[in-house]
Design a protein around this ligand. Structure first.
Ligand SMILES: Cc1cc2nc3c(=O)[nH]c(=O)nc-3n(C[C@H](O)[C@H](O)[C@H](O)COP(=O)(O)OP(=O)(O)OC[C@H]3O[C@@H](n4cnc5c(N)ncnc54)[C@H](O)[C@@H]3O)c2cc1C
Length: 245
Protein backbone atom coordinates (compact mmCIF):
# COMPACT_ATOMS: atom_id res chain seq x y z
CA UNK A 1 0.00 0.00 0.00
CA UNK A 2 1.45 3.39 -1.01
CA UNK A 3 0.40 5.05 2.26
CA UNK A 4 2.07 2.39 4.38
CA UNK A 5 5.24 2.61 2.28
CA UNK A 6 5.30 6.37 2.77
CA UNK A 7 4.87 6.08 6.54
CA UNK A 8 7.59 3.44 6.58
CA UNK A 9 10.05 6.06 5.38
CA UNK A 10 9.23 8.28 8.35
CA UNK A 11 11.18 7.64 11.51
CA UNK A 12 9.80 7.94 15.02
CA UNK A 13 11.49 10.92 16.66
CA UNK A 14 11.88 11.45 20.38
CA UNK A 15 10.37 14.78 21.31
CA UNK A 16 10.13 16.97 24.38
CA UNK A 17 7.20 19.07 25.51
CA UNK A 18 8.65 22.59 25.77
CA UNK A 19 5.45 24.53 26.43
CA UNK A 20 1.78 23.91 27.14
CA UNK A 21 -1.13 26.32 26.68
CA UNK A 22 -4.62 25.66 28.04
CA UNK A 23 -6.92 26.76 25.20
CA UNK A 24 -10.28 25.78 26.71
CA UNK A 25 -11.23 23.64 29.74
CA UNK A 26 -10.87 20.50 27.57
CA UNK A 27 -8.26 21.54 25.02
CA UNK A 28 -4.55 22.11 25.33
CA UNK A 29 -1.78 23.05 22.93
CA UNK A 30 1.57 21.34 23.38
CA UNK A 31 4.66 22.86 21.81
CA UNK A 32 7.13 20.13 20.91
CA UNK A 33 10.80 19.98 20.09
CA UNK A 34 12.17 16.99 18.23
CA UNK A 35 15.70 16.41 16.99
CA UNK A 36 15.57 15.66 13.29
CA UNK A 37 12.23 17.44 12.69
CA UNK A 38 12.37 18.86 9.18
CA UNK A 39 9.46 21.30 9.16
CA UNK A 40 5.93 20.96 7.82
CA UNK A 41 3.25 22.45 5.56
CA UNK A 42 -0.01 23.98 6.78
CA UNK A 43 -2.65 21.24 7.13
CA UNK A 44 -0.33 18.30 7.77
CA UNK A 45 -0.42 16.12 10.87
CA UNK A 46 1.87 14.00 13.02
CA UNK A 47 1.42 10.62 14.59
CA UNK A 48 2.03 10.57 18.33
CA UNK A 49 3.16 7.36 20.02
CA UNK A 50 2.99 6.85 23.77
CA UNK A 51 4.78 3.94 25.42
CA UNK A 52 3.75 2.75 28.89
CA UNK A 53 6.26 1.38 31.39
CA UNK A 54 5.16 -2.17 30.54
CA UNK A 55 5.89 -1.53 26.84
CA UNK A 56 2.25 -1.08 25.76
CA UNK A 57 2.07 1.47 22.93
CA UNK A 58 -0.76 3.66 21.64
CA UNK A 59 -0.64 5.80 18.50
CA UNK A 60 -2.96 8.64 17.42
CA UNK A 61 -2.83 11.35 14.76
CA UNK A 62 -2.80 15.07 15.62
CA UNK A 63 -2.91 17.97 13.20
CA UNK A 64 -0.17 20.54 13.41
CA UNK A 65 -1.51 23.82 14.75
CA UNK A 66 1.47 26.05 14.08
CA UNK A 67 2.38 27.70 10.80
CA UNK A 68 5.33 26.42 8.79
CA UNK A 69 8.45 28.02 10.29
CA UNK A 70 6.95 28.23 13.78
CA UNK A 71 7.79 25.76 16.56
CA UNK A 72 5.86 22.51 16.13
CA UNK A 73 2.59 22.59 18.08
CA UNK A 74 -0.38 20.25 18.37
CA UNK A 75 -3.74 21.11 19.93
CA UNK A 76 -5.59 18.24 21.55
CA UNK A 77 -9.16 17.94 22.81
CA UNK A 78 -9.64 15.60 25.76
CA UNK A 79 -12.18 12.86 25.05
CA UNK A 80 -13.80 11.25 28.05
CA UNK A 81 -12.52 7.69 28.44
CA UNK A 82 -10.06 8.23 25.57
CA UNK A 83 -6.74 6.45 25.76
CA UNK A 84 -4.31 9.08 24.50
CA UNK A 85 -5.98 12.51 24.61
CA UNK A 86 -6.44 12.63 28.44
CA UNK A 87 -2.69 12.16 28.85
CA UNK A 88 -1.83 14.89 26.34
CA UNK A 89 -4.37 17.37 27.75
CA UNK A 90 -4.29 16.74 31.49
CA UNK A 91 -1.03 15.00 32.30
CA UNK A 92 1.83 15.87 29.92
CA UNK A 93 4.15 18.45 31.46
CA UNK A 94 7.01 20.54 30.16
CA UNK A 95 10.04 18.28 29.94
CA UNK A 96 7.98 15.14 29.25
CA UNK A 97 8.94 12.98 26.29
CA UNK A 98 7.05 10.83 23.80
CA UNK A 99 7.51 10.03 20.13
CA UNK A 100 6.24 11.66 16.96
CA UNK A 101 6.37 10.73 13.31
CA UNK A 102 5.75 13.11 10.43
CA UNK A 103 4.89 15.43 8.89
CA UNK A 104 2.15 13.37 7.21
CA UNK A 105 -0.27 14.32 4.45
CA UNK A 106 -0.02 16.14 1.14
CA UNK A 107 -3.67 16.48 0.19
CA UNK A 108 -5.18 18.52 3.02
CA UNK A 109 -2.56 21.24 2.61
CA UNK A 110 -2.74 24.92 1.64
CA UNK A 111 0.36 26.98 1.01
CA UNK A 112 -1.51 30.29 1.43
CA UNK A 113 -1.29 31.39 -2.20
CA UNK A 114 -3.74 31.66 -5.08
CA UNK A 115 -6.35 34.15 -6.17
CA UNK A 116 -9.43 31.96 -5.85
CA UNK A 117 -11.18 32.46 -2.51
CA UNK A 118 -10.61 29.89 0.20
CA UNK A 119 -13.37 28.67 2.48
CA UNK A 120 -12.34 26.93 5.70
CA UNK A 121 -15.01 25.04 7.67
CA UNK A 122 -14.27 23.60 11.10
CA UNK A 123 -16.18 21.66 13.71
CA UNK A 124 -14.64 21.62 17.21
CA UNK A 125 -10.99 20.57 17.22
CA UNK A 126 -11.23 20.39 13.41
CA UNK A 127 -10.14 24.01 13.56
CA UNK A 128 -6.56 22.92 14.31
CA UNK A 129 -5.19 22.31 10.78
CA UNK A 130 -7.24 25.26 9.50
CA UNK A 131 -5.55 27.45 12.11
CA UNK A 132 -2.18 26.39 10.73
CA UNK A 133 -3.41 27.63 7.33
CA UNK A 134 -4.72 30.89 8.83
CA UNK A 135 -1.46 31.49 10.68
CA UNK A 136 0.55 30.70 7.57
CA UNK A 137 -1.60 33.08 5.52
CA UNK A 138 -0.99 35.84 8.10
CA UNK A 139 2.77 35.20 8.31
CA UNK A 140 3.21 35.30 4.55
CA UNK A 141 1.00 38.36 4.07
CA UNK A 142 -1.22 36.39 1.67
CA UNK A 143 -4.16 38.38 0.32
CA UNK A 144 -6.18 35.36 -0.78
CA UNK A 145 -9.79 36.11 0.24
CA UNK A 146 -10.41 33.67 3.07
CA UNK A 147 -13.41 32.85 5.25
CA UNK A 148 -13.59 30.58 8.28
CA UNK A 149 -16.90 29.07 9.36
CA UNK A 150 -16.30 27.54 12.79
CA UNK A 151 -18.78 25.52 14.83
CA UNK A 152 -18.29 25.02 18.59
CA UNK A 153 -20.62 23.79 21.29
CA UNK A 154 -20.36 26.84 23.54
CA UNK A 155 -18.37 30.07 23.88
CA UNK A 156 -16.04 28.37 26.40
CA UNK A 157 -15.29 25.66 23.84
CA UNK A 158 -14.02 28.07 21.16
CA UNK A 159 -10.38 27.16 20.56
CA UNK A 160 -7.98 30.04 19.69
CA UNK A 161 -10.72 32.48 20.70
CA UNK A 162 -8.49 35.51 21.28
CA UNK A 163 -6.68 35.02 17.98
CA UNK A 164 -9.91 34.59 16.03
CA UNK A 165 -11.39 37.70 17.64
CA UNK A 166 -8.68 39.73 15.90
CA UNK A 167 -8.43 38.18 12.45
CA UNK A 168 -5.43 39.26 10.39
CA UNK A 169 -5.23 40.30 6.75
CA UNK A 170 -8.93 40.51 5.96
CA UNK A 171 -9.76 37.00 7.19
CA UNK A 172 -13.51 36.79 7.74
CA UNK A 173 -14.58 34.66 10.69
CA UNK A 174 -18.14 33.32 11.09
CA UNK A 175 -18.92 31.36 14.22
CA UNK A 176 -21.80 29.21 15.35
CA UNK A 177 -22.38 27.99 18.92
CA UNK A 178 -24.60 24.94 18.81
CA UNK A 179 -25.50 24.27 22.46
CA UNK A 180 -25.31 27.52 24.40
CA UNK A 181 -24.60 31.14 23.64
CA UNK A 182 -23.50 33.97 25.93
CA UNK A 183 -25.78 36.99 26.36
CA UNK A 184 -25.56 39.27 23.34
CA UNK A 185 -24.07 36.59 21.08
CA UNK A 186 -24.24 37.92 17.51
CA UNK A 187 -23.10 34.80 15.67
CA UNK A 188 -25.09 31.77 14.58
CA UNK A 189 -26.68 29.53 17.21
CA UNK A 190 -27.35 26.22 15.45
CA UNK A 191 -25.64 23.38 13.62
CA UNK A 192 -24.31 24.16 10.18
CA UNK A 193 -27.10 23.87 7.61
CA UNK A 194 -27.85 24.78 4.01
CA UNK A 195 -29.06 28.26 4.85
CA UNK A 196 -25.92 29.05 6.83
CA UNK A 197 -23.67 27.75 4.07
CA UNK A 198 -25.59 29.81 1.56
CA UNK A 199 -25.01 32.95 3.66
CA UNK A 200 -21.33 32.36 4.37
CA UNK A 201 -19.96 30.59 1.29
CA UNK A 202 -19.10 32.34 -1.94
CA UNK A 203 -21.24 31.35 -4.93
CA UNK A 204 -19.84 28.30 -6.71
CA UNK A 205 -19.25 30.46 -9.79
CA UNK A 206 -16.36 32.17 -7.95
CA UNK A 207 -14.64 28.77 -7.85
CA UNK A 208 -13.62 28.78 -4.19
CA UNK A 209 -11.34 26.12 -2.79
CA UNK A 210 -12.63 24.48 0.37
CA UNK A 211 -11.04 22.77 3.36
CA UNK A 212 -13.39 21.08 5.85
CA UNK A 213 -12.24 19.40 9.06
CA UNK A 214 -14.05 17.85 12.01
CA UNK A 215 -15.93 14.71 12.93
CA UNK A 216 -17.04 12.46 10.09
CA UNK A 217 -20.66 13.52 10.37
CA UNK A 218 -19.80 17.21 10.50
CA UNK A 219 -17.55 16.98 7.44
CA UNK A 220 -20.15 15.05 5.45
CA UNK A 221 -22.90 17.56 6.27
CA UNK A 222 -20.80 20.56 5.26
CA UNK A 223 -19.44 18.93 2.09
CA UNK A 224 -22.89 17.69 0.99
CA UNK A 225 -24.31 21.17 1.55
CA UNK A 226 -21.66 22.77 -0.65
CA UNK A 227 -22.11 20.18 -3.39
CA UNK A 228 -25.84 20.96 -3.30
CA UNK A 229 -24.89 24.63 -3.85
CA UNK A 230 -23.04 23.60 -7.00
CA UNK A 231 -19.50 23.27 -5.66
CA UNK A 232 -17.60 20.62 -7.63
CA UNK A 233 -16.61 17.77 -5.26
CA UNK A 234 -12.99 18.10 -6.39
CA UNK A 235 -12.88 21.68 -5.04
CA UNK A 236 -13.56 20.35 -1.52
CA UNK A 237 -10.80 18.81 0.57
CA UNK A 238 -11.75 17.07 3.77
CA UNK A 239 -10.06 15.75 6.89
CA UNK A 240 -12.04 13.51 9.22
CA UNK A 241 -10.96 13.15 12.85
CA UNK A 242 -13.29 10.19 13.48
CA UNK A 243 -16.77 9.81 14.89
CA UNK A 244 -16.24 11.94 17.95
CA UNK A 245 -13.58 14.41 16.82
C1 LIG B 1 -5.59 13.08 10.49
C2 LIG B 1 -6.13 13.25 11.91
C3 LIG B 1 -5.84 14.40 12.60
C4 LIG B 1 -6.32 14.58 13.90
N1 LIG B 1 -6.06 15.76 14.55
C5 LIG B 1 -6.54 15.97 15.79
C6 LIG B 1 -6.29 17.22 16.46
O1 LIG B 1 -5.64 18.13 15.92
N2 LIG B 1 -6.80 17.36 17.72
C7 LIG B 1 -7.53 16.38 18.34
O2 LIG B 1 -7.95 16.58 19.48
N3 LIG B 1 -7.79 15.21 17.71
C8 LIG B 1 -7.30 14.97 16.47
N4 LIG B 1 -7.55 13.77 15.84
C9 LIG B 1 -8.24 12.69 16.61
C10 LIG B 1 -7.18 11.88 17.40
O3 LIG B 1 -6.37 11.16 16.49
C11 LIG B 1 -7.78 10.86 18.37
O4 LIG B 1 -8.71 10.06 17.66
C12 LIG B 1 -8.48 11.50 19.57
O5 LIG B 1 -7.57 12.30 20.30
C13 LIG B 1 -9.05 10.40 20.48
O6 LIG B 1 -8.02 9.57 20.91
P1 LIG B 1 -8.07 8.91 22.37
O7 LIG B 1 -6.97 7.89 22.42
O8 LIG B 1 -8.11 9.93 23.44
O9 LIG B 1 -9.46 8.23 22.38
P2 LIG B 1 -9.78 6.70 22.02
O10 LIG B 1 -9.26 5.81 23.08
O11 LIG B 1 -9.34 6.44 20.63
O12 LIG B 1 -11.34 6.75 22.11
C14 LIG B 1 -12.09 7.66 21.28
C15 LIG B 1 -13.52 7.73 21.78
O13 LIG B 1 -14.11 6.48 21.65
C16 LIG B 1 -14.61 6.07 22.88
N5 LIG B 1 -14.31 4.65 23.00
C17 LIG B 1 -13.10 4.07 23.11
N6 LIG B 1 -13.21 2.74 23.18
C18 LIG B 1 -14.53 2.47 23.11
C19 LIG B 1 -15.29 1.29 23.13
N7 LIG B 1 -14.73 0.07 23.24
N8 LIG B 1 -16.64 1.40 23.04
C20 LIG B 1 -17.22 2.59 22.91
N9 LIG B 1 -16.56 3.75 22.90
C21 LIG B 1 -15.23 3.70 23.00
C22 LIG B 1 -13.90 6.86 23.96
O14 LIG B 1 -14.74 7.07 25.07
C23 LIG B 1 -13.60 8.13 23.25
O15 LIG B 1 -14.65 9.04 23.40
C24 LIG B 1 -7.11 13.57 14.54
C25 LIG B 1 -7.39 12.40 13.82
C26 LIG B 1 -6.93 12.24 12.53
C27 LIG B 1 -7.26 10.96 11.80
Amino acid sequence: MAGAALLGRLTWLADEVVDAVQETPRVRTLVLEADGWDGHRAGQHVDVRLTAEDGYQAERSYSIASAPGEPLAVTVEELEDGEVSPYLVSEAREGDHFEIRGPIGGYFVWDGSGEAPVLLIAGGSGVVPLMAMIRHRARTGSLTPTRLLYSSRSYEDVIYRAELDQPAGGLEVFQTLTRSQPPGWAGYARRIDAEMLDEVAWPAAEEPRVFICGSTRFVDTAADGLVAMGYPPESIRTERFGATG
